[in-house]
Design a binder for this molecule. Structure first.
Ligand code: NAD
Length: 361
């Protein structure tokens, strides 16, 4: 297969961690007979330095022409970087908002995986985490409360603020379909999270999710209220496969789920649109505090590349090979500094990438 991949190295640790993901992808290409064509794209601070703007229209067009985009992270230290003296619409993060909007990336996927090897980093009790857990949070990204009408007015001398939570059935249907498609590639269970005992938008959510579920007879669907889900994530995280939810609930639950895994350097993510296209990036930021030191954990970016192979190119076997290689590196005791524990072997960014690439195939 011929893979066309746009690459946004970005700022801070971005170039270091993306280099390792490309190393692993190249090994996958050699092992399984795929040709990979990379197009380097500038976004964030790196683009401001060259083009005076965090994302040009030409870059958007190049991203659109790729099968998928692999990204490091963008941004700098807000206190010291000159990028943050610019007006908000010209700062690095504006590039990310623009690319999401231009490419219609409405579905955000965040896996929360606790590897048995890293159980020590998990704040939950041992009996809860035994055997690890592996869930995927699917969050609607372009609707709901964060995009609804809002205003603050004075009414009868009292300041009053309004935020509206709106979803139409089409917005719900497209994310639900994506959620069920992804469940079909996993353990075939969807937990749809809402607040249907109170909110109209949640009652419509539930109805449309049930309609979509009828087209996926192999997938088990359950509904869960968001307050219960927040509790279940810390009480029994093993019960979840795909959690499907709207924008604000997903924002909160995905952060909660990532905290229970214990390490930001391990967390991959993807944002998808209606086609096979996706933007794949680690959940963490550009970590300016450790940039250039060769110590950043590249695993989140490497696992994001695995997600890219699975969801944008349908290369499940190759994605699994990457995940197995990551697990082997961990099982053999190799750790970057952020996940280091007693008795393990500390390695830098490049060495971790070398090990994972070596374990492919
Ligand atoms: P951060 O995620 O960059 O860093 C938080 C902490 O986690 C730091 O101590 C950092 O060293 C550590 N860390 C993060 N990734 C790591 C890795 N791969 N290996 C080891 N340690 C890692 O968050 P922050 O400091 O709040 O933000 C820094 C910059 O990143 C800001 O400019 C912010 O806007 C930007 N940011 C970008 C994205 C993105 O590109 N999608 C996401 C979040 C933050």
């Amino acid at each position: 297969m011929d893979l066309k991949i746009g690459v946004i190295k970005g700022d801070g640790i971005g170039p270091e961690i993306v280099a390792e993901a490309m190393k692993v992808l190249n090994k996958v290409g050699d092992t399984y007979g795929h040709t990979i064509e990379y197009t380097q794209l500038l976004m964030g601070g790196a683009s401001i330095d060259v083009n005076g703007t965090p994302l040009t229209d030409e870059t958007v067009a190049l991203a659109r022409a790729s099968g998928a985009v692999l990204m490091g992270s963008i941004g700098g230290d807000a206190k010291t970087s000159p990028w943050y003296k610019l007006e908000p619409s010209k700062r690095p993060e504006a590039g990310l908002l623009k690319i999401r909007k231009e490419l219609g990336l409405f579905a955000n996927l965040r896996p929360a995986v606790l590897y048995d090897e890293l159980r020590g980093a998990c704040p939950l009790k041992e009996e809860i985490t035994e055997g690890g857990f592996d869930m995927m949070i699917m969050r609607e990204l372009t609707g709901g409360l964060y995009f609804g009408e809002r205003r603050t007015v004075e009414e009868n001398g009292v300041m009053t603020a309004y935020d509206s939570l709106t979803y139409n059935e089409n917005e719900i249907r497209r994310i639900a379909k994506r959620g069920f498609d992804i469940a079909m590639k996993r353990r075939k269970k969807v937990t749809s999270v809402d607040k249907a005992n109170v909110l109209d938008s949640s009652r419509l959510w539930r109805k449309v999710v049930e309609e979509v579920a009828a087209g996926y007879p192999e997938v088990a669907l359950e509904h869960m209220l968001v307050d219960n889900c927040a509790m279940q994530l810390v009480k029994d995280p093993k019960q979840f496969d795909v959690i499907l939810t709207e924008n604000m609930f997903g924002d909160i639950l995905s952060d909660e789920a990532s905290m229970v895994t214990g390490s930001i350097g391990m967390l991959a993510s993807a944002s998808l649109n209606e086609t096979k296209f996706g933007l794949y990036e680690p959940s963490g930021g550009s970590a300016p505090d450790i940039a250039g030191k060769g110590i950043a954990n590249p695993i989140a970016t490497i696992l994001s590349a695995a997600m890219m192979l699975r969801f944008s190119f349908d290369l499940d076997r190759e994605a699994q090979a990457i995940e197995a290689a990551v697990e082997r590196a961990l099982a053999e005791g190799y750790r970057t500094i952020d996940i280091m524990s007693e008795g393990k072997k500390q390695v830098g960014t490049e060495e971790m990438g070398d090990l994972i690439a070596r374990y492919i195939g």
